[in-house]
Structures are given as C-alpha cells and as structure tokens.
Design a protein around this ligand. Sequence first.
Ligand code: GLN
Length: 553
Amino acid sequence: MSKFIFVTGGVTSSLGKGIIAASLAKLLQARGYRTTIQKFDPYINVDPGTLNPYEHGECYVTEDGAETDLDLGHYERFLNTHTSQANNVTTGRIYQHVINAEREGAYLGKTVQVIPHITDEIKRRMLLLGESGEYDIVITELGGTVGDIESLPYVEAVRQLKWELGEHNCVVIHLTLIPYLRAAKELKTKPTQHSVKLMSENGLNPDILVCRTEEALYKELKTKIALFCNVRQDAVIEARDADTIYGVPMEMLKERLDIITLQKLDLPLGDEPNLVKWTEFLNKLRYPKSKVTIGLIGKYVELQDAYKSILEALIHAGAVNECKVEVRNIHSEHLTRENALEKLEHLDAILVAPGFGSRGIEGKIEAIRIAREQGIPFFGICLGMQMACVEFARNVLKLSDAHSTEMAPETGSPVIAMMQDQQEITQMGGTMRLGAYNCTLREGSKIAAVYNSHNISERHRHRYEFNNRFKEQFETAGMVPSGINPETGLVEIVEIPEHPFFIGSQFHPEYKSTVEHPHPLFVAFIKAAKEAQELRAGATRLVLEEKGLRLER
Ligand code: GLN
C-alpha cells in the first residue's frame, strides 16, 4: 500500500507549497521511492482550462490532455515523470461527480451533504493514485490556505484519512510563514501559532512545519515553534528564500525534510539520495559563462505565472548552454509598425507566446516581421506559430487580408482556420485539441536536426490550425511545413530554411521540458541566440576595425 503525505498552507498564499511538495518528492525519488504528487484545488471550476491567466497563471497540459494547475508543471519538471488528469482535482469536479451520482439515484433517497458525501468523494480521489500500485508515496498538495471557507471539506477529509490510514501511513506537512519585522529586527512566530491553532480546531495536527522565512531560524525560535505548535523540534524545518526554485531540494536535504518524513512514515531511509544530475544542472545554472537576452512577446507579460512553463524551459535550456537567459517581457499591445524595429533589434532572439483572442495580435505580427527580416532567431509557440504564418502570408505572399479565423472570421485568406470537428463544439471546457499527438519531421529539415529524430510527440492546446489549402504557396515562397501529424495531415511545425533560426510549433514544447531532459527545441533556440549575439559582436568588431583603419590612413 502507498503511504500518503499531505501538504497544507497557512498564513498567506504564494508560500511555494508546490515547490516544497516537488522538492520533497524529488528527494524521496532520489532515495529510490516511486513518488507522485497530486493537487487538490478548492475552486468550483471543473478544471482551470477556462480560467483567465490573470486569474490563475498558466494552464498546464498533461500527456492525456488534462488542463491543470501550473503546479503540475513543477511536479513534472522536478520529478521528470508524467502526471495526468488524476493528479489534479477541483471542488468543481468533486461536486460534479456527487451531483451526477445523485441524479442517477446512487444515494438511495438520502440527503446528500458535504459530510460525508463530498468528503467521501474527496477521500476516494485522494487515495486513487495510491491504489494503482505504481507509487510507494503519494504527496497531495491542498490548494488555498487553511482557514478559507472552501478549504474546510479538504481539511476534514485529511483529518478523517489520518485516522483511517493509521499513524505511520500518513503525514501532514504544514507550510507557514515566519515574517521578519524590520523595525523590530525580529522574526515573529505568532502567525504560525495561529495557523496551527486553526488547523487543530478542525481536528488536524501537522506533523511537520516548513517555515518560510527571509532570515535564518535560530535554535530558540525553533524550540518555541515546536512547543507552541505541538511538533518535535527536528520537525520544524527552515525554508529560506532561495536564489532559484531548483535550489530548494538541496535546502530541504540540508534541513533533513526527507529523513524526518520517512521516519514518520516508518519507512527505511534507503540509499543516500542520488542528485548527481540535479547538482550538475544547478552548477551550470548558477555559474553561467555568457548571457543572452530573449524578448518574450505576449499579452500577459505583467504576470510571470502566465508563461511559467516557457520561462522554466528557457532556464533549463540556458543551463545546457551554460548561458544566463535574461527574459525581456514585451507587451505585444505596445508594438507597432513604427516602433517595432527600434524596440526589438537589440534582442538576441524573439519568442512569440501562445494566447487567445485579438488583443495585441498586430504587435505579435510586427515582432515576427522584424525577426524574419532582420535574421533574429525566432520561435513561435501555438498562437506564435499561427501568427508567423499570417505574417508570412501578408508580407511575403502578399495576401494582405491574411489572418486566422479566430480574429477575422470573414477573411478571404484564412491561412489559420478552425477544423471541422471543432466547429460543431459549443461547450468551452476541455474541448480544444488537447494533449499529446504524434508528429513526423521532414528529412533534412532544421527541426529534424534539432530533435535528432523524425518521429516526435508533443502536447497541444488549441482550436485553430494551419489551413492546408495554402501549404504549397507557403512552401514555394520559403516557409516549409516541416512537421506533420501522420494521422490527420495537420501542419504542426513551420520553418524558414533560409533564416538562421525561424521555427513555429503548433504544439507547446514547454510542457515537456524538465531539469533532467531540457527540451531540445528550447536548447537549440538559446544556442541560436548565442550564435546571433556572437555574429553581431563580430560584425561590430569588423566595423570598428574598418573605422580604425580609415583613421590610421
Ligand atoms: N488561440 C489559438 C487557438 O486556439 C492558439 C492557442 C494557443 O496559443 N494555445 O488555436
């Protein structure tokens, strides 16, 4: 039977529960335990697929096409294993199940209530991954903050499970904040005491406290926290702000979070954690030899979480290239035909982000034009790829009305259009082209060299597609559809062979980049950025030398 770890959060949101959960999972995995993580979110949306990125950050897509919370991205990036629909459950999904069962008469005339019916369904889902026999340890992260009304049924479900599973089969880790009051020059434990008290009022006592803090927790403070919060002193874990999220597993290792957890679960410590690859990555990340500047063109750039997986994939790729990647966020709404060149020409590469709707779309097209005309390495993801096709159609094929039917349903040149089966869909949630699809790469293409393979599989999240009616025209003019879905003939990748690096992918490669397997497309993109920078530096040197020569004369 699997053992279960629950991670709750107190005091405030954004303490980094996902990163702590992923870091602990990494350490347990590195000790040889088959570990997975799941997230339970207390909101009523059935999944985050319909949520605006401003509300909830990026929507992360799994292999099986589930639209999930962005924390699942961290789980995959840390553990290098796949998650699935089962790893993300929301209150909406729980209620949907219970209400459907009620309609089918499954409750035999009983009054359906939060306790036991909703809590039973929560418990069933919490145990589900453990029943597969695939995992020794299942970590469950509870979204939200203890004390929220909507978190209550989850806390209650964990309380019940703790009794049902028995002492050594279940551990509760509570993540909390120890604020530093600058004026008083003091770390304060009171919010933590209150948070733990709130939990114990609901009948749940944390076994381990992970304390987020800006300053080191000295021994007396740990003693005090232990005393007031009913935990052992060695179970008070310090979690200092880290320079990178990828440093957190090493910090947790130092604090012995893995050992204390395993002891509480009565599990052998196993081998010393094998973190060779992780440490190598971390060293490359921390000590880069060069730096490139990438322009990220999007419309949610104010909110870092909206492009989480892209930013992380760039970090992974930077480490491989031993190069710091500085991301310059550029709002596509601020780019015009007049200012685009000036705003973008100094960049080492340009990435046009995924997205929906027409806001800022002309700015994206302008950014792509500059990248294409100036030979700046370009990578377009999903909407970025679609707009690369629109730009090419307008400015090279001279189809001035070219557009995607998403933005211009009546255009005479619909180079991007909706597939037939999508046109009949009226429901919004979970109905896009989602999850992993195969793609065949053209012999001799740049993309085949990037992947070093001809058959790949990547994850999708979109409704619109390249319109194959225009395929020949594009190819003749120099934009090549070099990745095709073998089952449907849909264009998944376009590239311009004449350009130093110009690739658009209909899929989202960022979802599959992990610390142990940085994504080849991002790695190649950063390499191209480095080369572009070197080329420019060389050109500048030449010009200077020329000037110098002239001066001598
Ligand atoms: N809006 C586009 C579509 O639905 C692109 C989606 C995306 O970038 N993820 O096809």
